[in-house]
Each structure stands twice: as structure tokens, then as C-alpha cells.
Design a protein around this ligand. Structure first.
Ligand SMILES: [Zn+2]
Length: 283
């Protein structure tokens, strides 16, 4: 089902994105066995990543986010593409306590690599803002690195057992010609959080229509999902490039060659018979 909506609001001066990322975050929690604190932080970054990914223009476009800080969560790695396939992981999935600032840490940075599919990728980064949260970090990134004022709120709601009840996002991005009065009047912080709350209660369309008088014909609906692109076939190609000798040596020493995908927590195991198949053509 479509879960991300984009439209222009404020007389076409501001781009609005609202998303219900509940299913996406649920999938991440299931794959990684995330406890509550870890689920909240990763879920928020995945939701923000869906917003950034929805701005990719080219079909081959991809964007990746790395948060490195001195918090209990360790590093956070998330990537997304133009098809809104989002995936990611957090180094420490075991944090139960829900303290965003503690999980992210006091010092750190967010690095974004955006590959629009042509020429060189754009690499931008920013240091943690003073009061760090996932939302503040993404706002800081847009302000410092892309010079695009962006107001963003993400939300992950869990029940006692850590099951995801709701996850969502609201973001406003003024276009370059936005007038001063509109800019100053945009909902920020708590007001933006109320828009995410409206997404939960009224759905993405309901929230956009009720709060911004969005019209059906100006709305773009898309689907963001937790999808990993790893595959055994792809790894087979990688191993073919690594070479037979090295592959056989690892299998001889360890009994198998194991490749782990952090994004979907999947192990791929290769044995001698797989090496036989991969390198058969050459004999
Ligand atoms: Zn994977």
C-alpha cells in the first residue's frame, strides 16, 4: 500500500512530505531483533531516509547515511534508493532504554552519500548539533551541507513489549523562492510532531488534506518499504571476481566461506561445491 505522500503546499512554495513508515520499521525490528531504544532510533533514521530517498530523481539514484557518534547505539547505517527501498542497521540492537541523546551520543557526525546515477556522487556531512536527536541531525545536515532549510519530524511509537504501533514522518522543505513570511510561519518542532500525529490518526492523505488543504490532483503517492538488495547471485559474482584460489583457501581454513549482510541480517554460506560451480567455466 502507498505510504508516502508528496505535494506542494503554501501556494506551491513549500514541499510537504508525510509518510506512514509503520510496516517499514516493523520489518527492521523483526530482522534485527531490536529492543525499544534501538528500534526507536533506527526507525527514525529509516523514516528520515525515506524522505531523502523520495527526492532522488534518477532511476539508479541511491543515498546512504552513516551516523557515527559516541553514544551507546554505536554507528547507524541506512541506505535508500529511488524505488524507496530502504534498509539499515544500528550497531547495538540491544538498547532497551529510550533516550535518543544517550543512544546517539554527545559528539558525532552524519555523513550522506547521494548518488544520482550520473557523474560523481555528492558527499556531504555535518557534525552533531547542540541538542542532538535524529530530527535535529537531519535538519542540521540539510542546513549545513545542502543549504536547504528543512523541517522534519519523525516518530516511532512502541507498546510495552517493543512492538511497533506506529512510525511516521512529516517534512517541510521550502523552495528557493519562498517568501519570508511563509518561511517564518512554517510549523516546526512540536507543531511538526502534531502533523505526524495526524498521519497516525487520519492517514497520509487525511493529514495532508485536513492540515494543508492539499488537493487530490497535486498529490503524489508512493510506497516505501524495507527491502534489501543482497542476493546469493550477486555474491557469487563478487566471489568470482575475488578469485578461486582465495575462495578455496578460506573454505579450507574455516570449513566454509560465510558472508553476512548487515542490512537484512542474512548469512550466505559457500562451500567447495559452490566454488566448483562458480569456477567451472574456466576449466
Ligand atoms: Zn541483505
Amino acid at each position: 500500500m502507498e505510504n508516502l505522500l508528496k505535494t506542494l503546499v503554501y501556494d506551491g512554495q513549500v514541499s510537504l512530505t508525510v509518510a506512514d513508515t509503520t510496516e517499514l520499521v516493523k520489518e527492521a525490528v523483526k530482522l534485527h531483533g531490536l529492543k525499544k531504544g534501538s528500534a526507536t532510533v533506527l526507525g527514525k533514521v529509516l523514516s528520515a531516509a525515506a524522505f531523502t530517498s523520495a527526492a532522488l530523481k534518477e532511476e539508479r539514484g541511491e543515498v546512504s547515511f552513516t551516523i557515527k557518534g559516541n553514544g551507546t547505539g554505536g554507528s547507524v547505517n541506512v541506505s535508500g534508493n529511488q524505488a524507496l527501498h530502504i534498509r539499515g542497521y544500528l550497531e547495538n540492537p540491544e538498547i532497551d532504554e529510550l533516550d535518543e541523546a544517550e543512544i546517539l551520543g554527545e559528539y558525532g557526525s552524519l555523513t550522506v552519500i547521494r548518488d544520482d546515477g550520473y557523474s560523481r556522487p555528492f558527499v556531504g556531512s555535518c557534525a552533531y548539533p547542540f541538542a542532538v536527536s535524529v530530527d535535529a541531525l537531519f535538519e542540521e545536515y540539510y542546513r549545513v551541507s545542502e543549504q536547504l532549510p528543512t523541517f522534519l519530524a519523525t516518530k516511532v511509537e512502541l507498546d510495552e513489549d517493543g512492538d511497533v504501533l506506529f512510525a511516521g514522518l512529516a517534512a517541510l522543505q521550502p523552495l528557493p523562492f519562498t517568501d519570508e513570511a511563509t518561511l517564518n510561519g512554517l510549523p516546526k518542532g512540536k507543531e511538526l510532531e502534531r502533523i505526524v500525529e495526524a498521519v497516525k490518526n487520519k492517514g497520509i492523505k487525511g493529514a495532508a488534506k485536513e492540515l494543508f488543504s492539499a488537493k487530490d490532483d497535486g498529490i503524489t503517492l508512493r510506497r516505501a518499504s524495507y527491502t534489501c538488495h543482497c542476493s546469493r547471485l550477486y555474491l557469487t559474482q563478487v566471489l568470482a571476481a575475488v578469485g578461486e584460489e582465495q575462495m578455496r583457501q578460506i573454505i579450507r581454513e574455516d570449513g566454509e566461506l560465510r558472508v553476512h549482510c548487515h542490512y537484512c541480517n542474512t548469512d550466505y554460506v559457500f562451500l567447495d561445491e559452490d566454488a566448483d560451480k562458480i569456477f567451472a567455466r574456466k576449466k
